[in-house]
Ligand binder design. Structure first.
Ligand code: NAD
Length: 433
């Protein structure tokens, strides 16, 4: 791991490509410390917020289809309940560790605080490769994991949501298991549910839509016209494909998109509906007839105005940051830019819209779903989208002001804003007892 510091910009320089997930919590704490230094955060609050408040680790058996029994390890971590109930996804992945879950929980606290949601951060994970399990086995695993963490979660305590390898069906099993255990239906215990079970209109599109709202604001302050801005989108999944479609609705030519197998490029703009049909037919965007194939590495360095990383973490690093041509990088993905690359982009005048702001549309509409569940009163998709736009616009202005006030880049500014907010709850609430 390479770590250095640039106090002037408030930047922890850590090459995350050389990290494994066990180090992720150290990265999260380091980022927190740098932003805490910028505002001179008092020691007591600094110490409190650099730890996770509650952590639960469970080991539980699942009966497999062949009658054998496998024992799985799972976690649920709540970083801070100072702002309110905690919120964060559940991840099923073979590489899940307690430190990864801790880091993701802390980042959720900051993400909720940046956009002003009344939640602290949490995260959950089970160490499993669900692609190796049948649907019945995934259901059994979900129901038993839910029961194991049940004392830890609840609509006023901690509200899970989907994350990597979990989806609305898994959320429906979680909601049903919790409800069966307490004896009545509790739709507010989880978000990201199927629409029929109280999921919110607009939730599926929320991350990509929120990211495009953020880009609209950034373009406005940069004096950039979106109708002529060329956009590149890395990752054509939930977040990326929606962001690409909404950018094209602005008449911004989307000149390249990619998936795990590679990308396609047409400098005159891609017909996204035709690309989607091609991907449905062949399983990849590669080989689309009106474009040239490019690698995922080439994608990032293409001539464009806006780059939307919407795939994995650690994509923009010290190795390629100097070659990025975009004027705005909008992080739909979590952690796509290493802290060292942040500094390089900042020096070159590239505006980075950081993940804890730019992809907060997902948790924001999760919050709307929770509110609708508590009120048992669904909103229209128009209401959801308008409220999301309002929150993203106001948050952008606040992060930009913070960035100017402290002379730091947008990521540190977003963290500063989040920490200031959570610290104020701590001061007002005091220390119990
Ligand atoms: P997804 O699985 O729907 O899509 C991921 C896409 O990335 C797929 O098209 C996949 O082929 C592609 N991909 C995988 N490896 C790649 C690689 N090496 N190079 C290029 N593309 C690659 O996932 P998603 O829900 O769209 O999430 C994408 C990112 O957005 C993740 O970082 C996730 O944490 C973040 N995010 C998603 C949400 C949400 O609500 N979906 C919310 C916040 C953040």
């Amino acid at each position: 791991m390479i770590v250095s510091e640039d106090a002037h910009r408030g930047t922890a320089v850590i090459d995350r490509q050389e990290q494994d997930s066990d180090d992720l919590f150290a990265v999260a704490v380091q980022q927190f410390d740098i932003a805490a230094d910028v505002i001179g955060l008092e020691d007591g609050i600094r110490q409190t917020l650099s730890h996770c408040q509650r952590e639960l680790t469970v080991h539980f058996p699942v009966e497999m289809d062949d009658g054998s029994v496998q024992v799985f390890a799972g976690h649920r971590v709540r970083h801070s309940s100072l702002p309110g109930p905690t919120k964060g996804g559940i991840r099923y992945h073979q590489s899940v560790t307690i430190n990864e879950v801790r880091a993701l929980a802390m980042w959720m606290t900051w993400k909720c605080a940046v956009v002003g949601l009344p939640y602290g951060g949490a995260k959950g994970g089970v160490q499993v490769d669900p692609k190796q399990l049948s649907q019945t086995e995934v259901q059994n695993l979900t129901r038993r994991y839910t029961t194991e963490i049940q004392p830890f979660i609840g609509p006023n305590i901690d509200i899970p949501a989907p994350d990597v390898n979990t989806n609305p069906q898994v959320m429906a099993w979680l909601m049903d298991t919790y409800s069966m255990n307490v004896g009545y239906s509790v739709p507010g215990v989880v978000t990201g549910k199927p629409l029929e079970l109280g999921g919110s209109a607009g939730r599926n599109e929320a991350t990509g839509r929120g990211c495009v709202f953020a880009i609209e604001e950034a373009a406005r302050t940069q004096g950039m016209s979106l109708s002529s801005a060329r956009t590149v989108v890395q990752g054509f999944g939930n977040a990326g494909s929606v962001a690409a479609r909404l950018m094209s609705e602005h008449e911004s030519p989307v000149v390249a998109v990619s998936d795990s197998r590679g990308g396609i490029h047409n400098p005159n703009g891609l017909d996204l509906q035709a690309v989607t049909r091609h991907k449905q037919r062949t399983g990849s965007v590669l080989g689309f007839r009106e474009a040239e194939n490019v690698t995922n590495e080439q994608m990032l360095e293409l001539e464009c105005d806006i780059l939307i990383p919407a795939a994995l973490e650690g994509q923009i690093t010290r190795r390629n940051a100097a070659s990025i041509k975009a004027k705005i990088v909008a992080e739909a993905a979590n952690g796509p830019t290493t802290p060292e690359a942040d500094s390089i982009l900042y020096d070159r005048g590239v505006l980075v819209l950081p993940d804890i702001f730019a992809n907060a549309g997902g948790v924001t509409v999760s919050y709307f779903e929770w509110v609708q569940a508590l009120q048992a009163f669904p909103w229209s998709e128009e209401q959801v989208n308008e409220r999301l736009r309002d929150i993203m616009q106001r948050s952008y202005v606040a992060v930009l002001d913070t960035s100017r006030k402290y002379g730091v880049h947008m990521r540190t500014a977003a963290l500063v804003r989040a920490i200031e907010r959570v610290a104020s709850f701590s001061r007002l609430r005091g220390i119990y007892p």
